[in-house]
Write a protein of this length. Structure first.
Length: 216
C-alpha cells in the first residue's frame, strides 16, 4: 500500500487555482492507480502550519530532557509534519508563484520539516522520495524570457527539496495563467492554453509513471 503526501498552498480555491487544478488531476490519476492507497492531504491555505518560532527551532538542537514545555509542544508539531514526509512514498506539492517566490505558508511547512541530523544532513531521512511540484505562475520566467532572473520558485525548491532534503524532484510548470484575465496579455492566451494543456497531460503522465515505478 502506497502513501501520497499531497500539499496545496494556493490561496485560491478549487478550479480558480491553476496549481490546485493540476495537483487534483495528478491525485485523481494516482488514486486510480492506487485505489487502496493512502493520501495525506494538507491545505496550507485553509489550515496553515505555524511559522517557525524560537522554541520550535531551538528544540531541534536540544535533548528531550533539556527542552522546556514550550519547546516540547512546538517540537511535537514539527515532528508530526516530519513523520508525514518520512512515511510518504511520493510527495505532490502545489507551489504557485506569489511575488516571485513560494507562498509563505509553504515556506512555513519547509521550515518545520527541515531538521539537521534527521531530514537534512549527510543521510536525509526521506532521501530519494519522489516529489512532483506544480509551480504555476501568472507570467513566464523561463530561461531566455525578460523575467527569467525573477524566478525564485524552482531555483529555491531545487536547493531545498533536492539539495537539502535529498528528494527526487520533478516540476510541472503551468505558466501565463494571468493571460485570460489581463487585457495586456491577450496575445499570450494561446500560449497559456498550450501550457495549461501540457500541464494536465504531464500530471496524468507523471502520476502513472510514478505509480508504475513504485509498483516495480
Amino acid at each position: 500500500m502506497t502513501t501520497l503526501l499531497h500539499i496545496d498552498s494556493s490561496v485560491f480555491p478549487g478550479g480558480t487555482s491553476s496549481s490546485r487544478s493540476v495537483t487534483a488531476a495528478f491525485r485523481k490519476t494516482w488514486e486510480e492507480q492506487h485505489p487502496e492507497g493512502t493520501v495525506i492531504y494538507r491545505d496550507l491555505a485553509a489550515d496553515p502550519v505555524p511559522h517557525i518560532t524560537a522554541d520550535a527551532w531551538s528544540a531541534g538542537y536540544a535533548t528531550p530532557s533539556e527542552r522546556t514545555p514550550e519547546q516540547s509542544a512546538a517540537f511535537a508539531a514539527r515532528v508530526t509534519l516530519i513523520e508525514e514526509l518520512e512515511q510518504a512514498d511520493a510527495v505532490l506539492i502545489g507551489a504557485p508563484m506569489y511575488n516571485f517566490t513560494i507562498p509563505s505558508t509553504l515556506k512555513a511547512w519547509l521550515d518545520s520539516v527541515l531538521l539537521l541530523g534527521r531530514t537534512a544532513g549527510e543521510t536525509p531521512s526521506a532521501q530519494g522520495t519522489p516529489v512532483v511540484v506544480v509551480a504555476s505562475r501568472g507570467g513566464s520566467y523561463a530561461p531566455g524570457t525578460p523575467r527569467a532572473g525573477y524566478e525564485f520558485v524552482q531555483n529555491y525548491l531545487e536547493v531545498v527539496l533536492k539539495g537539502t532534503l535529498g528528494l527526487d524532484l520533478d516540476f510541472i510548470v503551468p505558466e501565463l495563467t494571468m493571460a485570460p484575465r489581463n487585457a495586456a496579455m491577450t496575445e499570450l492566451v494561446p500560449l497559456y492554453e498550450a501550457s495549461r494543456k501540457r500541464a494536465f497531460e504531464d500530471a496524468t503522465t507523471k502520476a502513472k509513471e510514478l505509480a508504475e515505478r513504485l509498483a516495480a
